[in-house]
Design a protein around this ligand. Sequence first.
Ligand code: SF4
Ligand code: SF4
Length: 371
Amino acid sequence: MTEKSKVYISYLRSKGPRTNKGAKIRGLFDIAGFADFIAQNELTAVKLHVGEAGNDAYVSPVLVRQIVDRIKQAGGRPFLTDTNTLYSGSRHDAVSHLETALAHGFGMEVTGAPFIVADGLHGGNCKKVKVDLENFDTVHIAGDIVDAGSMIVVSHFKGHEMAGFGGALKNLAMGCAPAVGKKAQHDLCFKVKKEGCIGCAACTLVCPQHAISLDANRKAEIDASLCIGCGECLTVCPKKTIEIDWETEIDPFLERMVEYAYGATVNKKNKVGYITLVVNVTPLCDCVPWSDAPIVPDIGFLASTDPVAIDQAAYDLVKAAEGLANSALGKALAAGTDKFMHMHDYVDGTKALAYAEKIGMGSREYELIEL
Ligand code: SF4
Ligand code: SF4
């Protein structure tokens, strides 16, 4: 029988300063035992997402400060980090990424630690990591993440147009990979079923690569040489006429993602902690330049040393909550409904958790312990 992992939760009710949100984060850091694996003077990566310009659903830098302070108290030297995006948005290279981070409050004055783009100016700071798994023998991970001695992975749990939902595993997989690694994970071919296209041009406006244009008959077409497989176009097409071959392509995509998550942690055995905020659960990734209304009421903060267990717990909590009508769900959904599959019915994100468990990243069986 698989051993149960511990997932600690702090719900959001607060009755005074001892239970404010900062205290909850500090309490979770302590009870999950993160200080135990941080060595003196060790460079500790705080892996986070500073949000695409226009998105404000990312984890608040004020809460990140609590983690930074705890790492320092444990003797570590924290730095905040993320990798550049594959698409041409506001975090495509280290300069625009740093500018976006500062604009979103991730300066030293607030967070207490420098923000370093882990894969360098254009993704060139990259190391090959041996994994010997089904899809990859080696994966490409950002150099500064490989070189960090320990890591705290801070995630905002939300829906995701390609992975179903995004939490710790997604943060590790795409989030720790330079462009070459992100491309290797995506490796999907998108096309437009022209008979269904009404020429509304919504996809052309949202495509970060400007890969879509309308032909002479006002039918959308995708330039495969520019497409990076991000899936943004899928989310806006009113006729659901942009597709990949979901039956054959989506499960291998989830596996590739998980193998990258494995590669991001393989040299840090028992040296990674996870904090996930199950609040403001938006339907899409924080990489989109907007933040839609949350799909469920705010739930709480989680901490664990097991990325599979913490994602499973976050997923279960969202599933158990009532779905909000004034959201991308389109109607109120009863507690117990899979909100992510309701929105993105082509992908079952729990398959990624099953695969992560299969390759030894953690356990889907967990004990939820309230702080
Ligand atoms: S998946 Fe769609 S939105 Fe993303 S780059 Fe390709 S065509 Fe553009
Ligand atoms: S969003 Fe869909 S319907 Fe509109 S132009 Fe693009 S493919 Fe056609």
